[in-house]
Design a protein. Sequence first.
Lengths: 298, 268, 240
Amino acid sequence: MRCPIFSFCTDPDTLGQLQWFLCYFTTAKHAGLYVAVGTVLLLLAVTAPVALGFGFAGAVAARSSFLPLTLFGRGYIAIVRGVPDIAFFLFFIIALDQFLEWIRHSIKCPDWTDPIRQGNDFVVCQAAKLPLGTAPQWVHETYGFALAVFTFSIVFGAFAANVLFGAMQAVPHAQTETAAAYGMNPRQTFWRIVVPQMWVYALPGLGNLWMVLIKATPLLFLLGIEDIVYWARELGGIKTARFTDYPHGDWRMWYFLALLVFYLAFTKVSEVFLDRVMKRLTHGQATAGGEAQRKGMA
Amino acid sequence: MSCWDIIADYGLRSIGIGERLLPRSDFTLCHQFTLIGSGMIWNIYFGILALITGFVLAVSLAVGKASHNTVIRKTAEWIIFVFRGSPLFIQFFFAYFLFLSLKQTFPVFSPLTSAWAGALVVLFLNTAAYSGEIFYGALQSIPKGDIEAADAYGLTGLKRFRRITFPTMLRLAWPAYTNEAIFLFHATTLVFFSGFPAKRQQGDALYYASYFADKTFNPFVPYPILAGYFIVLTLIVIAIFGAINKRLNRHLPQQQMSKIRLKMNLIR
Amino acid sequence: MKNLVLTTAAIALSAGMAFAGSHSVVRMGTEGAYPPYNYIDDNGEVAGFERELGDELCARAELTCEWVTNDWDSIIPNLVSGNYDTIIAGMSITDERKEKIDFTTNYTQPDPSAYLAMSADVDVAGGVIAAQASTIQASYIAEMGATLLEFATPEETIAAVRNGEADAVLADAAYLGPIAAESADMVMLEQTVLIGGGVGMGIRKSDSELRDKFSAAINSMKADGSLNALIAKYEIGEPF
């Protein structure tokens, strides 16, 4: 069963070089790679706002004067700082999965008497499995992806919280004092004065975080998702003529070169875009950047 | 088997001394502490060597990026962009395959396909690019007065760089450079998860931690042990760099000393 | 490399759990990187000896099957945690694996493992030998005392020999055969080693009903000669 995109692809052995490559890059197997690129973009698109949300919540919590909350935040940041990030990812995703199953286990199987940890094994009842053993394949894949997104969001949320907290503190005091003088309560001051003004202070940090997030996406591979690294390795490997119409030698170097270029291009585009946004945001602000812009115009 | 025996058998396992086979069953806490600790030898090896060699290139890159010569400036800018703009993980993979094909035409490159040399080269270039950017930023913020004063004293060229520009740059960049050093050590854990194969099951700390997590299905022991080792390593790095920072700033009044503030910059 | 849900290594719940019976879809876990046993073809589908075999077995056992790929090094943990229901990935039956999972009856004869090297006079005992991590070959080399170089995928082990990383690779003869046939520069060594007890499907210990169904189907294929035909087609060792 084959349905090539180009009609001349039916017999690859006879093709000229250009056509051969055209056919090669449009095999259904390569679609796996292109889908994986989509997965990376999807991961970024979902993680960025969710992490920002977590970060905002974290920053608000950190501003509260409730001591345990502050301690929790500090301890968390200290651990993320002190420990290599992949170790954190590898650990967190397993811990999260076991935690969710443990919760479901406690709810769904209350009369289970055996211990959850039996020596080396982690045992929950079948009904608590996530996803259920009988679920179709796409549920398993979506669950895996969702766990990855959540892990990324938690980790990056902590970093975003740090940036946003700093930005909230950076809003000039005179502004909040004036608001108080106008009779605004703390909640009004926060939403009407602090939040709209903090973004210009937060943007450099958030932009930096975005770059870091882009560069963190290959770690999906370590979490067992069939991502671009997986496909680059699989597609680039030596293929013998017996098992494919497109035999070739070891091309993994070229596939990884392509990934390298993909990431560099992505970073460059983001850099240019963030620069523009920053210019727009600083416009008319009472900051050094805004002042420089004003002088430049004059 | 007592814990001392295990340490004797596996303490240097990661560099090929001691027991040949990894433990297969009956994993004790002692096994995990010993083997993961043994793997730290690799992390420290990569970290220290990349840091020292990377420092030299970083200073050249910073000076190059600040240079008035277009060719030099562009070259430095590109090296910095390529290594800072792409994931280290992909760099490792690419470098490994690149070294493999280079080796076929030039046998000189053959050591580079093993982790001890190949991964070190990647880490060296990577940290040089990151620190180069830090040093460049510091170069740009050297007070104008310092340079003018140097001119007034008749210092020029290399002499001015060595006596005035370089020490000031280093002093200004040091807090950020400390961060870079910490995260370089963290980045060393990626080596054996990329293309570079582990020879004779000799890997770094994360290699053994994930070996145990795999065999025991229990991540709650090996990863916290690994975390513990790295937190200790981080504290040592901070202590050493803090001492150097003190020395760099010793001529300044106490309150002007730039304190090392840890910045977070996660994955590279 | 680690797979997501290697976590929930549930040891067998007692066989009484109406679990095996409730399989609406049986999910077949394979590696997809070990031709001719299993590989991903140009259409992105799982193909090879085990694809044909598995489809036939499912038809005979009247089961609906779905194919899933998973990295080799986490293929057992993910079976146990219920990510799929069978392992059909050229996995030899060994005592060590039997402690964690059950196997169906074997569907290939014990296939000798062979060495592939760049020259015929390689010293396999004292040299550097590449093998896929957590395979019977890898543990054989580790015990034998040669220098083991571990890779995550079988493909990388071959590349390692080509590139001079390793002196030879040890793998199933059926896997090395087509590669040796296509590359003029590589030779299979005369010397072979017999490890493992043939290839079988790995199944959770709690799923004895499913195991028996597949064993019965395999036996029926052995009986009518269709299994031997498949073995001959893909050149997987000796017939039954």
